[in-house]
Design a protein around this ligand. Structure first.
Ligand SMILES: CC(C)(COP(=O)(O)OP(=O)(O)OC[C@H]1O[C@@H](n2cnc3c(N)ncnc32)[C@H](O)[C@@H]1OP(=O)(O)O)[C@@H](O)C(=O)NCCC(=O)NCCS
Length: 189
């Protein structure tokens, strides 16, 4: 991000296998396809991913992300396979606390590409971006108690389980307890 909050056209994060960049308008159809194939697994934890997810939903999300980049409130990346250019999922920083230089990290991987360690690899890239480019000193990953896949992703990137926080998440019209993982710069390998 530039110091005035605008998005450089070339912002991308890569480890050779993954290619992450801010969402663009032309990602709409790929996002719809990825979301619709993932209702059983992503939709189980993230209510936005449902069987009726359509082009309007995807376009609204992408527009929201671009506003977020410009305001500094959200840094959301589309995640691609570097070789094929296929959309793999999404990952991003949000819920910034500027006073304490912390933010929340969220991620999802499309159903057909889960189980390959992609989320942890992407999380490492985005966490490093957050620490080095945004000046964050702490990143939180907050999961529902029974979301073991997400907890293992947090642990694989180096985050530590810190607390079972009561009523930490408002989901499905009710307050839910959640496991909070903390990641600081020295946790990254
Ligand atoms: C959490 C998530 C991003 C992990 O992504 P990933 O790239 O698949 O991560 P991994 O490859 O490390 O796999 C994580 C675990 O899921 C398991 N898994 C993945 N796909 C699976 C499948 N189709 N069937 C059974 N288990 C599967 C893996 O075996 C692994 O288990 P382990 O940690 O006990 O070894 C992904 O499962 C996902 O998108 N979940 C839904 C969205 C979500 O929960 N986001 C986080 C909200 S806090």
């Amino acid at each position: 991000m530039n110091t005035d909050g605008t998005l450089p056209a070339t912002l991308e994060l890569t480890d050779g296998r993954l290619h992450l960049r801010p969402w663009k308008e032309h990602d709409t159809s790929a996002l719809v396809e990825a979301a619709r194939e993932s209702v059983a697994t992503v939709g189980r934890w993230l209510p936005w991913c449902h069987a009726d997810y359509g082009a309007d939903d995807a376009a609204a999300w992408i527009a929201h992300c671009r506003v977020g980049w410009h305001s500094g409130e959200i840094q959301a990346f589309a995640m691609f396979e570097a070789n094929s250019g296929r959309l793999l999922g999404g990952i991003g920083l949000n819920q910034h606390n500027p006073l304490h230089r912390s933010a929340n990290l969220g991620y999802w991987v499309r159903q057909s590409r889960q189980g390959k360690g992609l989320a942890a690899a992407a999380a490492a890239l985005v966490a490093r971006f957050g620490f080095e480019q945004l000046g964050l000193v702490r990143i939180e990953i907050v999961t529902l108690p029974d979301n073991r896949a997400s907890q293992h992703t947090a642990e694989r990137v180096g985050a530590r389980f810190e607390a079972l926080a009561r009523q930490r998440l408002w989901m499905g019209g009710q307050a839910r307890d959640a496991r909070v993982y903390g990641l600081i710069p020295t946790d990254l390998g």
